[in-house]
Design a protein around this ligand. Structure first.
Ligand SMILES: Cc1cc2nc3c(=O)[nH]c(=O)nc-3n(C[C@H](O)[C@H](O)[C@H](O)COP(=O)(O)OP(=O)(O)OC[C@H]3O[C@@H](n4cnc5c(N)ncnc54)[C@H](O)[C@@H]3O)c2cc1C
Length: 445
């Protein structure tokens, strides 16, 4: 079990470490776990600003995982992580329960054109080594998921998808650590820079010196790097979710996560009687820019993040699902869904347009919404490492992302050559734009 100190005094705070990790969310705790597995005895100091780990975007997350990713690097990242979610005893000890439920993920088509698109996607996924992804024609999808209504024409189904308890995952990472010290409730960490090298951090309780520092601070990563004059190519977009305490009776507790057609409202069962919904849309961007103008993305997070909660979001997501599935009174049209719901917001963090771009024949560069995290050493500043830009899947990718960044820090070969696509300098990767389907940028829960 990692040793934890809340608001450590100067006397309590370690003075040195082999690795300092800034940020105690899925990315930072996974890195500590993977570093200790790769090099037992390594001395790690993990610094978390809040009084408890997991105090960032994971709090708003749907906590879903899936293997169906069109880019091979992402598919392999998730496949490795899901292997761990489904065998926690092997990695964390016998009694570990991550709350993982492998109940599948169903993408829905309501028109022939949408069905043809899902069919093509399934063929592509088979071609990149995911033969378990199924295309369900009308008779199959109706036989298995007829409770969704007669408008459901076809489906793409990932039987290895599901969801887990992200807080249990973070705790499991920390419980598996032996030589990590977690400093909680530590505000205003500053990187210490000497020339072209980061040599440690400065906290309110003094300096910690280390040859390697990893930034894994989610939406605040850019700000942490800026304390040493280092620029990170990141932008943020607020996203929302809501949990209901009620679920319509036909929607079974062992049902899959369901994603509708564009603009892709999605939902999965939650606990005994509830459901958790997500839906991403451009309205959020309004008012983010200077002087209230629409902005495409934020360069710095604005807090409290709850300011991005659009009170209309829950009813719009439900209305879209009801419309797509043809539910007129019951089902997703039931007003019971809107009673006592818990609405949350958090940031997705992306590579910016200067880092993820396509290049046309005439040399023009055009930014795109890459789904790839940066899991790498900083290309110019020595001793600085990054586990950032986890977009909408930093929980499902956490174990493998931790292993990749541990390899980078320890100077070892990557666990899989496909993971070179998570390098800072990998500006474009085929099939990397959009989350669930090739042209639906932004939907990747
Ligand atoms: C609405 C929504 C739905 C989502 N759905 C899913 C999903 O279904 N599946 C999935 O896998 N992912 C999902 N995600 C994405 C997932 O939550 C993120 O990708 C993941 O949380 C990123 O992990 P992280 O550790 O990089 O950052 P975070 O989770 O944001 O954690 C960062 C941590 O660093 C700490 N920190 C920040 N600044 C400092 C500082 N200066 N010093 C010290 N500590 C600091 C924070 O307090 C926090 O604990 C969703 C996100 C949202 C918003």
């Amino acid at each position: 079990m990692a040793r934890s100190l809340l608001s450590p005094t100067t006397a309590e705070q370690p003075k040195t470490a082999d690795v300092i990790i800034v940020g105690g969310g899925p990315a930072g705790t996974a890195a500590a776990w993977a570093l200790e597995r790769a090099q037992p005895g390594i001395q790690i100091v993990l610094i978390e600003r809040a009084a408890q780990p997991g105090s960032g975007a994971s709090n708003a997350s749907l906590e879903n995982f899936r293997t169906a990713w069109a880019a091979p690097c992402l598919a392999r990242l998730m496949t490795r992580s899901i292997d761990l979610f489904m065998h926690p005893g092997e990695f964390f000890g016998e009694d570990t329960d991550l709350g993982a439920k492998q109940r599948g993920y169903l993408w829905c088509a309501f028109t022939e054109a949408q069905a043809a698109k899902l069919h093509a996607e399934v063929e592509h996924l088979h071609a990149i080594g995911l033969p378990h992804i199924q295309y369900l024609d009308t008779s199959e999808v109706q036989a298995r998921f007829g409770w969704l209504g007669p408008k459901l024409l076809a489906g793409k189904y990932d039987p290895r998808a599901g969801w887990l308890d992200s807080y249990a995952l973070i705790q499991a990472f920390l419980r598996a650590c032996q030589t990590t010290t977690v400093l909680l409730g530590v505000p205003d960490v500053r990187l210490v820079r000497e020339g072209d090298r980061i040599t440690g951090v400065e906290t309110v309780a003094g300096r910690i010196t280390a040859p390697a520092t990893l930034i894994a601070a989610g939406a605040d990563s850019r700000g942490v790097a800026a304390t040493a004059g280092v620029h990170l190519p990141l932008v943020m977009r607020p996203r929302q979710s809501f949990t209901t305490s009620w679920r319509h009776p036909e929607f079974p507790a062992d049902g899959p996560a369901i994603i509708g057609s564009a603009p892709f409202p999605h939902v999965r069962p939650e606990a005994q009687d509830g459901a958790i919904f997500g839906f991403e849309y451009a309205w959020n961007a309004k008012g983010m820019g200077e002087n209230g103008r629409a902005a495409e993305a934020l360069e710095a997070p604005i807090y409290p993040v709850d300011r991005w909660k659009d009170p209309r979001m829950p009813s719009v997501a439900l209305m879209l699902l009801a419309k797509q599935f043809g539910h007129e009174r019951g089902g997703f049209a039931s007003p019971n869904y809107l009673r006592g719901l818990d609405h949350r917001a958090g940031y997705y963090v992306y590579r910016d347009a200067a880092n993820a771009y396509t290049t046309s024949a005439d040399g023009q560069q055009r930014g795109y919404d890459s789904q790839r995290a940066i899991l790498d050493a900083h290309p110019e500043v020595h001793g600085l490492f990054l586990s950032v830009a986890h977009v909408g899947h930093g929980i499902m990718s956490a174990p493998a992302a931790g292993e990749i960044v541990a390899s980078r820090i320890l100077g070892r070969p990557l666990p899989d050559s496909a993971f070179a696509d998570f390098a800072w300098g990998a500006h474009y990767v085929e099939h990397d734009s959009g989350g669930l389907t090739p042209d639906n940028a932004g939907v990747e829960s």
